[in-house]
Design a binder for this molecule. Structure first.
Ligand SMILES: Cc1cc2nc3c(=O)[nH]c(=O)nc-3n(C[C@H](O)[C@H](O)[C@H](O)COP(=O)(O)O)c2cc1C
Length: 283
């Protein structure tokens, strides 16, 4: 396995880690991936850091809030971004690419973005004023058995399930589902988008395909609950993750295209228009 589109199929959240340390050569490759320059389709440049947990005491570990669900991780990937237009989407797009490369290296990962005590991580990563750390991700070898908390979380979020095509992909308008066999050469790209991880597995992305204009319009069906909780940005991150899955698969299949935000898109009550993938003239 060396293709990112294969990693997309293999990736699954891991919350229980083995105590085996990450092998030296794997760790070096990981560091190179993390340290490289990252830029999303909208020009935002998130930065990433690996944080070692070797010196964290059990008492400190307990204070990490949400991270109580994570057992045994020795390394965390922290992401840093400055606020800006489509910044969270670029952040999700760039970080998922790192996560998929880590998957190719045989490592388990888990996006963590719920409410949490971020002070510890912010301090460890040297977060500058004005910069944000929207998520962190543990990295390591998966343990042979999942903890009970992990099993319950997976069941609660329905993590093994994804919405069927008819609920998320549409042709021309939202009253017409896009059948798999009408997606043409983009069938695999859409299927891999469908496999994307999302906060609480809400899968908020909706895609409208206009075959005549050769364009895929991406929308978000946002959760009101997230808005009320002040964590709406997690779904902008979900969008970036979905875009990365779609683009990675399309490019690996030799399909060319680019992202843009179209003007004059119809305003939908329940679905917010976000971005479009325009196929290149010659594909
Ligand atoms: C932006 C984002 C935030 C997430 N936050 C958390 C979290 O705080 N805690 C957690 O255990 N899982 C979290 N997850 C993991 C999702 O629950 C998981 O991706 C989803 O249930 C699908 O399962 P899978 O990743 O195994 O395919 C998050 C995922 C995303 C994309």
């Amino acid at each position: 396995m060396d293709k990112l589109s294969e990693a997309i199929k293999k990736r699954v959240s891991c919350r229980t880690y083995s105590d085996k340390p990450i092998e030296e050569n794997i760790r070096r490759q990981l560091e190179a991936i993390v340290k490289a320059a990252h830029e999303g389709p909208f020009g935002n440049r998130p930065k990433f850091k690996l944080l070692s947990m070797e010196t964290v005491t059990p008492a400190q570990w307990k204070k990490m809030g949400t991270y109580g669900v994570i057992k045994g991780a020795r390394i965390f990937l922290a992401g840093i971004i400055r606020p800006g237009h489509m910044a969270m989407t670029d952040y999700g797009y760039c970080k998922e690419k790192i996560i998929l490369q880590a998957t190719l290296l045989g490592l388990g990962t888990c996006w963590l973005g719920g409410t949490f005590q971020s002070d510890f991580f912010a301090q460890a990563a040297g977060l500058q004023p004005g910069a944000l750390m929207p998520t962190v991700t543990p990295l390591g070898y998966p343990a042979s058995q999942k903890s009970l908390t992990e099993k319950l979380m997976r069941r609660f979020a329905g993590s093994d399930q994804r919405k069927p095509w008819k609920d998320i992909f549409f042709a021309d308008d939202f009253s017409r589902p896009l059948p798999e066999n009408a997606a043409g050469r983009y069938r695999a790209a859409l299927e891999n988008l469908r496999l994307a991880p999302s906060a609480s597995n809400k899968q908020p992305w909706r895609v409208l395909y206009n075959a005549e204009k050769k364009v895929f319009h991406f929308f978000l069906e946002r959760s009101q609950q997230y808005k009320m909780m002040g964590i709406a940005h997690l779904q902008d991150i979900d969008l970036g993750i979905a875009m990365s899955h779609f683009e990675i698969t399309a490019r690996e299949m030799g399909l060319k295209g680019s992202w843009s935000i179209k003007k004059d898109m119809p305003q939908e009550k329940m679905r917010e228009y976000m971005v479009s993938w325009q196929e290149a003239e010659k594909n």
